[in-house]
Write a protein that binds this ligand. Structure first.
Ligand code: CMC
Length: 391
């Protein structure tokens, strides 16, 4: 007793036992409830994967159909919530707005449901309303009318519909983009004890309601070292493209220990090899752009940047490889998602993981209030000096 281990960033601390996600950072393995991420990306949908993460098993056809119908049924957002959007300063970042809105859901839907059915309703409500809130933010920022989902569209097709449909120009989502969105969200759906998820668990450990816990998760995800990296990557690639900065210069800056700049979309706390999600996205981005006959110079820059970095001894010695954020922005760009909404897209994808982990934490009898210790390095006891005697 009395001995406190020092573990900054909790890199070596197992804070919980979990049955949700398995990852092996040396081998680059990621599985949700035992199922490899590669198989889910190929065959599953985001709704099905969310069901798997939250309920532990893949749904039957009947369960999946019921979930899809309920996700549409819950999509309305209280009209009063639209006032929030109208009153935020125009330049507000969508992640700040989302965090506030998710927290506000608690006030609009105050009944907290801790029975099994009640929990199911709460998670459906969250997955559905956050989709509406994200697309609504986009519509309102343009002064357009808010769109609601169509009953004959899937969750992902509906998101694109709610983002881009207008009464004068109907939007018909290309099936390649709907599939791409499913893959993007499946790959983001959970990642064991990452920063935002451990924040959700920590806040929940105080028996804080799920909306407030998730709102804290959104705030954590906003940071540039975490979910904010997908926006930072596109900004970095755009700077290279538009300002004539060379890829070699960017790599040189990233290695310079006197320069705080880091190669965004590279490196990971757990993966010491290629991030399996980045591997899937890299292949996928290329395929989607080809199939849609789109060309994006940022993809060529990203490929070159990866090649230069991976043949540099700094990146090799530090085991820095592309992570999920390196190629994802190019896919979002192909869907015409605005850059300042990239991290919101990550947040929608991470919702099922946060929800599953929040619940697992709540019902685990071994879990306790999160309360790490510290190593005190401040001054020893010293007397209080009255203000007139201070130097
Ligand atoms: N570029 C240059 N150097 C790097 C990078 C990078 N992207 N990442 C790590 N390093 C260096 C870092 O400077 C440090 O060097 P030294 O030991 O000489 O001081 C060493 O590697 C270890 O870095 P760390 O910050 O202690 O390691 P970490 O495990 O805390 O870092 C990370 C993980 C993701 C914060 C970091 O790799 C990073 O900042 N990457 C860029 C941001 C990014 O892409 N984030 C998305 C992460 S994946 C999706 C998600 O989880 O949201």
């Amino acid at each position: 007793t009395g001995y406190i281990s020092f573990d900054p960033g909790f890199a070596n601390t197992g804070s919980c036992k979990s049955t949700i996600t398995y990852m092996d950072g040396e081998k680059g393995i990621l599985r949700y409830r035992g199922i490899p991420i590669e198989e889910l990306a190929e065959h599953s949908s985001f709704v099905e994967t969310s069901y798997l993460l939250i309920n532990g098993e893949l749904p039957t056809r009947e369960q999946l159909n019921r979930t899809s119908v309920q996700l549409n049924d819950h999509s309305l957002v209280h009209e009063d919530m639209q006032n929030f959007y109208q009153n935020f300063p125009r330049a507000s970042h969508p992640m700040g707005i989302l965090s506030a809105m998710v927290n506000a859901l608690r006030s609009f839907y105050p009944e907290l449901l801790y029975t099994d059915e009640g929990f199911e309703e709460t998670f459906l409500r969250l997955l559905s309303k956050v989709r509406t809130m994200a697309s609504m933010a986009h519509k309102i920022s343009r002064g357009h009318k808010v769109e609601y989902p169509r009953p004959d569209y899937t969750y992902c097709a509906n998101f694109l519909h709610m983002m881009f449909n207008t009464p004068v120009k109907p939007y018909i989502a290309r099936k390649e983009l709907v599939k791409a969105l499913n893959v993007f969200w499946i790959l983001h759906a959970d990642h064991e004890q990452n920063c935002s998820t451990s924040v959700v668990r920590s806040v929940g450990s105080a028996r804080t309601n799920i909306y407030a816990s998730l709102s804290a998760g959104v705030s954590a995800l906003w940071g540039a070292l975490h979910g904010g990296a997908n926006q930072a990557v596109i900004q970095m690639l755009t700077d290279i493209h538009e300002q004539g900065v060379s890829v070699q210069d960017v790599v040189r800056r990233a290695k310079d220990k006197n320069d705080p700049f880091r190669l965004m979309g590279f490196g990971h706390r757990v993966y010491k090899t290629y991030d399996p999600r980045a591997r899937i996205l890299k292949k996928y981005v290329d395929e989607v752009l080809n199939r849609l006959k789109l060309q994006d110079p940022l993809l060529d820059i990203a490929l070159e940047l990866e090649e230069v970095a991976l043949s540099d001894s700094y990146f090799v010695d530090y085991n820095l490889y592309p992570n999920v954020d390196f190629y994802s922005g190019i896919l979002l760009k192909a869907m015409q998602i605005p850059t300042n909404m990239f991290t919101v897209m990550f947040a929608i994808g991470r919702l099922p993981g946060w929800i599953a982990q929040w619940q697992e934490n709540l019902i685990d009898p071994e879990q306790r209030l999160t309360r790490p210790r510290q190593i005190y390095i401040g001054s020893n006891t010293r007397p209080y000096i009255p203000i007139d005697e201070r130097q």
